[in-house]
Ligand binder design. Sequence first.
Ligand SMILES: Cc1cc2nc3c(=O)[nH]c(=O)nc-3n(C[C@H](O)[C@H](O)[C@H](O)COP(=O)(O)OP(=O)(O)OC[C@H]3O[C@@H](n4cnc5c(N)ncnc54)[C@H](O)[C@@H]3O)c2cc1C
Ligand code: SF4
Ligand code: SF4
Ligand code: SF4
Length: 370
Amino acid sequence: MVEEVLPKSFEDLIKDVHEIGICGECGGCVSFCSAGDLHAIEMSESGPPHYANKDKCLHCGICYLVCPQTHILDKELNERYNYKISIGNWGKISSSRANSEEIRKNATDGGAVTAILIYLLDKNLINGAIVSKREGPFNRVPFFATTKEELIEAAGSHYDISHGVVSLEKYNSFVPTITELKTVLSSDTMNIAVVGTPCQIMSIRKMQELSILPAHIVKYTLGLFCNLNFSFDAEARKKLEAKFDFSFDNVEKLNVKENLIVQLKNNQMKYIDFKDVHEFARPACFACRDFSNVYADISFGGLGSKDGYTTAVIRTKIGEKLYNNALRDGYIQEPSELNTSVKKSEMLAKVISFGKRKYNRYKKALKERQ
Ligand SMILES: Cc1cc2nc3c(=O)[nH]c(=O)nc-3n(C[C@H](O)[C@H](O)[C@H](O)COP(=O)(O)OP(=O)(O)OC[C@H]3O[C@@H](n4cnc5c(N)ncnc54)[C@H](O)[C@@H]3O)c2cc1C
Ligand code: SF4
Ligand code: SF4
Ligand code: SF4
C-alpha cells in the first residue's frame, strides 16, 4: 500500500522553526493561513505564533510553505532566479543616488530606492508600494504608500526622538511587511511594489511560486541588503551607550553598511562592529543565509558605495528595465567616476564577501542547533 504523504502543517512549523528558536515573528504564517477566518493560529504577545483553535487547522501546509525559515521551495526558487551561491543572479552592479535633494535628505543612503518608487508611481506603473514608516521614535510599521509625499516620508532610517526617549518602546529594525500585503488588495488588477529585507522578499517569491493570493499583484520587488536585524530594549540600549560612549538621546541616524553606523547629532560617527551587537540581533537572523536579497528584481544597500550613494544589484529583466528607465528619465543619477570597472569590481567583491560571511554564519548556526 502506498503511504499518503501529508503536507507539512503548523505542527511541523512548530517543530522545525519555533522549537529551534529561528522564528522571526514575521506573521506570514498567520496572515496567509487558509483557516484564517476560523482563527486557527494567531500571533503571540511575544514569541512565535501559536494555535488558537487547533481543531480548525486544515493541515494544508500553506503556513509551512510561506515561512521564510523553511527551505522547502529552495530548488524551485533557485532555478527560477538563476541562483548562484552567496550573491545570486546579477546582470549589473552600480552606485547611484536620487536626483532629488529632498529625497536624498530623508534617505538612508543615496535615496535610489525612493526615487525608483516615485518613478513607478509617476509613470502609473504601480498603484502604490509597501514600504515602512516611522511610528514613534524607534519603531517602524509596514505601510502602503500611494503618493510621492508618503514615499519620501517613509524613506531612510532616521530616528525621530522628538517624542521623548523616556518611554521608549523596544527598538526593532524588523517590520512585518508581509502581513501588510494581505490588507492592500482592493482590486485584482492592482499593481504594487514591495520594499523588503531578504526574508520578506523570499516569502513573496514563495507565494508567487505557489500562486497564493494576493502575491500576483506584486509586480516589482526592491530588496534591501541585510546582515542582521536588531532589537534593542531599554536594557540593551543602556549597554550599548555604556560600551560605545554615546547617548541614544543624541542619535541622529542609524545605518548599516560594513558595520553598524551611529551618527550623532553633533555629526560624530560611531562605527560598531557587527560582532559587538550580535547579542542584540534577532535570533532568527543567525539562521538566515541571504545577505544581498537574491530573489529581488533589484537589491540595494550602502555597502560598496561611498556615503550618500546606494549600491544596486540588478537581477531580473523587470529590474533591468525599471532601473534603466529611472536612470534615463532622470530620477536617479550614476556618476561615471563612481562606476568605473575597477569601482564596480570592488563593489561586487564586497557584496560577495558579505554574502559568503553570512552563508558561513548560517551553516555554523545550523550545526550548533542540530
Ligand atoms: C533591517 C535592515 C538591514 C540592512 N542591512 C544592511 C547591511 O547590512 N548592509 C547594507 O549595505 N545595507 C543594509 N540595509 C540597506 C540600507 O540600509 C538601505 O536601506 C539601502 O542602501 C537603500 O538605501 P536608499 O537610500 O536607496 O533607500 P531609501 O530611499 O532611504 O529607501 C529605503 C526604503 O526602505 C524602507 N525600509 C526602511 N526600513 C525597512 C525595514 N526594516 N523593512 C522593510 N523596509 C524598510 C523604507 O520605507 C524605504 O522605502 C539594511 C536595511 C534594513 C532595513
Ligand atoms: S490551516 Fe493550513 S495554513 Fe493554517 S495553520 Fe493549518 S496548516 Fe497552517
Ligand atoms: S518566521 Fe514568520 S512565517 Fe515563519 S513561523 Fe515565524 S511568524 Fe510564522
Ligand atoms: S538577517 Fe535575514 S532573517 Fe534577519 S531580517 Fe535580515 S533577511 Fe530577515
